[in-house]
Design a binder for this molecule. Structure first.
Ligand code: DLL
Length: 432
């Protein structure tokens, strides 16, 4: 039977058609925020630009950026473009640095969101009728509810488990036999360990597809998950300020980066220092502008995520390369810029080491010292095997990244687990 490989025809439209749609939607959004959001009007006025200065897509670069600081300054509801009572839902990000950032959705936004998630899941190989186990957190975090509405929209049977209670996750997978699981990659590893602890071969489950995201993870981590469960694992990307999950997704047929749903979110890559727009193919900070959001459109929102824009493959929409890391997670060790994902890649090259790790940063006099805590694989019980793994990891990191690190191989289960995003970096540098 013929099966089309896209959910919405726009995913495979011509670049010309996509460009025309983007320009028209951008023009409307600029006018809307200028008319309805005083904070944007002020920013545009200060920068000396008006919505009428936008004629072609390249003109967007004249408009000012929005950052997390703008959301904080306008906390809680100051960036909404509609009266509060027109909003159907509010979400917020956890705000590790204090105040949470608040986002609002109209009924139409919830509908758009369900649609982009349905598209996202479809591109990951999920089909109507499949049973979908959602282990992303429900609540103010956008992962659980965002995915939930989209999976329902696609016509799946949804099991809204949320994160945590790992024993129950495993029991529900055994009893309900889901085809698909949605979770952060680090939490999926926690679930994997629970299968192993119960003596159940993870390959024997009903699962066929994992859709993972909400944190950085490497291709090496994908291999680990795919081989352990015998499934496909696809990457999905998004952020609350832009909509939540559903901004970009891998296509299962190519798994070569994430197609951005460019008819709703206009991407740019900028130099994080100068703010200059970089050409496609160059690495820099991702910036998104809303094209269809009603409740809280964002203009040139700086994500702090580092990636690059690439041409479409499985779809005509452009791809973003798998996120390398966040600018705020970048460590500068003796002048070398290092991201946790680079370290993860090297850990997974060492057969005695598990993918559970944490990076501790300390200051020794004027120098930054990196200590890696990595768990041994349960089968690596022998001290000499562990010592050999530590030596191997130090050598890999020295040769490929160019920095010296200390490595501490811990017993399995010693490093903290999270039911959501893993905390990879523990920065102890400000402490004595
Ligand atoms: O994490 C939304 C989401 C939920 C995405 C479920 C995917 C799946 P926030 O809590 O606002 O929203 O965090 C957004 O998480 O700026 C990235 O730094 C990171 N992130 C999200 N997806 C990925 C990914 C949700 N696939 C922040 N790869 C973003 C790497 C990701 N980092």
């Amino acid at each position: 039977m013929y099966e089309r490989n896209y959910y919405d025809p726009i995913e495979v439209a011509s670049r010309a058609e996509i460009g025309i749609l983007q320009a028209e939607r951008l023009r409307q959004t600029l006018e809307r925020v200028y008319a309805h959001v005083p904070a944007y009007r002020r920013k545009f006025d200060e920068a000396g630009v008006k919505p009428s200065d936008f004629r072609t897509l390249g003109d967007l670069a004249k408009f000012p950026f929005t950052s997390k600081a703008d959301l904080r300054e306008n906390y809680p509801f100051g960036l909404f473009a509609v009266p509060r009572e027109k909003l159907a839902r509010i979400h917020a990000s956890s705000g590790t640095t204090g105040q949470p950032t608040v986002v609002g959705y109209t009924k139409a936004d919830i509908d758009t969101w369900a649609n982009v998630i349905a598209r996202n899941l479809y591109s990951c190989g999920v089909r109507p009728g499949m049973l979908v186990h959602i282990a992303f957190g429900y609540g103010l975090f956008t992962g659980g509810l965002g995915m939930h509405y989209g999976a329902e929209r696609l016509g799946c049977t949804v099991v809204p488990v949320s994160g945590g209670m790992t024993k129950r996750q495993v029991q529900l997978i055994l009893d309900f036999k889901p085809d698909v699981i949605l979770a952060t990659p680090s939490y999926l590893l926690v679930i994997l360990d629970e299968f192993k602890a119960r003596g159940i071969d993870p390959k024997s489950t009903s699962l066929k597809i994992a859709v993972c995201g909400a944190e950085s993870w490497t291709y090496a981590m994908r291999d680990e998950i795919e081989q352990a469960f015998g499934i496909h694992a696809a990457d999905t990307y998004g952020l609350s300020e832009v909509i939540g999950p559903g901004v970009a997704s891998e296509c299962i047929e190519t798994k070569d980066g994430l197609h951005i749903w460019e008819d709703h979110f206009y991407p740019e890559i900028i130099d994080p220092v100068s703010g200059e727009v970089l050409p496609d193919g160059e690495q820099g900070e991702l910036v998104f502008t809303s094209l269809t959001k009603e409740g809280m459109p964002v203009m040139r929102y700086r994500t702090r995520d580092l990636s690059r824009l690439l041409p479409g493959t499985a779809r005509s929409m452009r791809r973003m390369e798998k996120v390398i890391g966040r600018t705020d997670d970048m460590m500068i060790v003796r002048g070398v810029n290092v991201f946790p994902t680079q370290i993860e890649e090297q850990i997974l090259r060492c057969s005695g080491l598990s993918p559970h790790y944490q990076i501790e940063l300390r200051r020794d006099g004027r120098l930054d010292v990196v200590k890696l805590l990595v768990e041994a694989r349960p089968e690596a019980t022998d001290d000499s095997v562990r010592e050999g793994s530590a030596q191997m990891l130090m050598a890999h990191i020295r040769n490929s990244i160019g920095i010296g690190v200390e490595v501490d191989v811990a017993d399995p289960g010693k490093i903290e687990r999270s039911a959501g995003k893993a905390r990879r970096v523990v920065d102890l540098r400000s402490k004595p």
